[in-house]
Design a protein around this ligand. Structure first.
Ligand SMILES: Nc1ncnc2c1ncn2[C@@H]1O[C@H](COP(=O)(O)OP(=O)(O)OP(=O)(O)O)[C@@H](O)[C@H]1O
Ligand SMILES: [Mg+2]
Length: 232
């Protein structure tokens, strides 16, 4: 099926190039991590990115989420990410959310889950009153199969799978159009991984969010994603 005649992609990447410069002694050594990448993600699609360690998977995720500069073109919702970064960082952060590999460091250990989630709401929905904020938080937790009792806990009082679900709930709270999931199961055992992946699959279907699912595990990606981009 030719999707392009149907609708516009949410993410359109053309000729993406990323060079990191490593400093060694007095030398600057350029390292080309991504060279001429094309990629598109259509509404409602979850596209997998697989490849060996160091091939640039997370770099793509960070670029799409506006956390890194780049050469070439990366458009989300028709808007160039570099321009979006310059003009409206907060708007970009709301439209594109990223969930990282390590749920142990993603949440500040001194913050209770409730404060962590509330902070996201305060930044992005300052006009909402306390009751509305609470309602949205409880709904986002229910979306990831957690109940209100986690609000009063510190991250150390949750399992790895619960912590990762809190991170996904936080991302969902902002009602993003695009979600980057970067190795979200790699700190989890197989059974927890399987449950989390089913949950993600259902969430994407239900909420019509689009996204990238980054992993080094091809079997997993093929199970979860609509399409797969393989990197070398
Ligand atoms: N901020 C940075 N400065 C310099 N080099 C970097 C930086 N971030 C990443 N790199 C390098 O770019 C390459 C790609 O890194 P990236 O994190 O995208 O890989 P990855 O495919 O996600 O790997 P993994 O599967 O291990 O997570 C690596 O060689 C890494 O060392
Ligand atoms: Mg990575």
């Amino acid at each position: 099926m030719d999707r392009s005649v149907e609708r516009e992609p949410i993410l359109l990447v053309r000729d993406l190039r990323k060079v990191y410069v490593r400093k060694e002694l007095l030398l600057s050594l350029p390292q080309v991590v991504i060279d001429g990448l094309d990629l598109e993600v259509y509404p409602g699609e979850l596209v997998g990115i697989v490849g060996p360690s160091g091939c640039g998977k997370s770099t793509i995720g960070r670029i799409v989420a506006g956390l890194e500069d780049y050469e070439g073109s990366v458009k989300v919702l028709g808007r160039e990410v570099s321009e979006w970064r310059r003009m409206d960082r907060k708007g970009l952060a709301k439209a594109v959310q990223i969930v990282f590999q390590d749920p142990y460091t993603a949440i500040d250990p001194f913050w209770k889950v409730g404060s962590y989630l509330k902070e996201a709401m305060d930044v992005h929905f300052p006009h909402l009153n306390r009751r509305a904020v609470r309602e949205r938080i409880v709904r986002a937790l229910a979306d990831v199969d957690l109940d209100e009792s986690v609000l009063d806990r510190y991250p150390s009082q949750l399992s790895g799978g619960q912590r990762q679900r809190v991170c996904i709930a936080r991302a969902l709270l902002l009602e993003p159009k695009f979600l980057v999931l970067d190795e979200i199961t790699s700190a989890l055992d197989k059974r927890t991984e399987s449950r989390l992946v089913d949950l993600v699959r259902n969430l994407f279907k239900e909420k019509q969010v689009s996204g990238l699912f980054i992993s080094h595990d091809l079997d997993l990606v093929e199970r979860v994603c609509d399409r797969v981009l393989r990197m070398k």
